[in-house]
Design a protein around this ligand. Structure first.
Ligand SMILES: Nc1ncnc2c1ncn2[C@@H]1O[C@H](COP(=O)(O)OP(=O)(O)OP(=O)(O)O)[C@@H](O)[C@H]1O
Ligand SMILES: [Mg+2]
Length: 279
């Protein structure tokens, strides 16, 4: 499906990394598909256990320890029974830690120990329990810089970077934009029981020119929206909920001529706009 050279290279790296049980650090901007990739790695690894996905930014700092590593019965006033925690739930499978840079430092240290020793000690427990977890972590920030700033544990960073995958931003793999757009059109047309519209050439240019700060997620939303608002069998630029950067440029040039152009230029332009019914 992907034609851009950067995606092909990623695919090759992925095929080498996925079946091995080493940790993988995925770097990429928001919406580039880090979680999708992590799930793929889990499936390709043939690990029988669960894929457990945890957003480190959403873990309460107070209970991060218990949430990740679990707790023994009676460790909290309200805890009659014990709980495995995310780490224990991923035993035999893959633990996906999204935005690992958000994990508090003391927890980072405990995480490294768990990974190195293949055991975790639940909060309030006296004995560690053995665990076999493959870690796939994701970050949208530069972790090497976080290490240099003293915000991320250096040894954990080295442990994680055993296998590294970089998901390029969509604007860096323009070659994939149209095939992804067609892919999403197919998915949503089927879901909405509509026939698949074509993407007009002008709309294709708008899609390829946009900078996609929200990456593939943004493209998916834009295509879904376009399908809902396009009534015909073609997606046109006005169906794309995007700034029409191309037209914006022309508009600016026109304004420039209308304000600063010579009299002759202004007259000629006004005539063109009148003829086109725009003035
Ligand atoms: N290569 C792809 N093919 C199909 N869908 C994709 C692809 N990459 C991303 N997506 C879709 O884009 C959306 C975002 O993907 P995902 O949640 O994996 O991104 P993320 O990098 O984890 O984002 P965030 O940093 O915001 O957590 C999802 O709906 C996913 O299905
Ligand atoms: Mg994610």
């Amino acid at each position: 499906m992907f034609v851009d050279p950067r995606s092909r290279q990623l695919r090759q790296e992925l095929e080498q990394l996925a079946p091995r049980s080493i940790s993988v650090l995925i770097r990429g901007e928001t919406g580039t598909g880090k979680e999708l990739l992590a799930r793929h790695i889990h499936r390709a690894s043939d690990r029988g256990g669960l894929f457990v996905s945890v957003n480190c930014g959403a873990i309460s700092p107070t209970y991060a320890d218990a949430e990740l590593f679990g707790y023994a019965a009676g460790s909290y006033s309200s805890s009659a029974s014990s709980r495995a925690g995310w780490f224990g739930s991923a035993n035999g499978g893959t633990l996906y830690l999204d935005e690992i840079g958000d994990l508090p430092l003391p927890i980072q240290i405990k995480l490294l120990a768990a990974l190195e020793n293949h055991e975790v000690t639940r909060v309030g427990a006296h004995q560690p329990s053995p665990v076999d977890v493959r870690l796939v972590a994701a970050t949208s920030i530069d972790l090497a810089q976080a290490v240099a700033a003293g915000k991320f544990h250096e040894r954990l960073y080295h442990y994680l970077s055993e296998g590294q995958l970089e998901l390029p931003a969509l604007r860096e793999r323009v070659g994939d934009i149209l095939s992804l757009a067609e892919y999403f059109l197919g998915i949503y047309s089927q879901r909405l029981d509509l026939s698949v519209p074509l993407i007009s050439e002008a709309a294709q240019r708008v899609l390829e020119r946009h900078s996609w700060p929200g990456n593939t997620r943004e493209l998916e939303n834009v295509i879904h929206f376009a399908l809902l608002v396009s009534t015909g069998d073609e997606i046109l630029p006005e169906h794309l909920n995007l700034p029409n950067e191309g037209l914006g440029q022309i508009e600016q040039q026109l304004k420039q001529i209308l304000t600063n152009g010579t009299d002759a230029e202004q007259e000629a332009l006004k005539q063109i706009l009148k003829d086109a019914g725009l003035l």
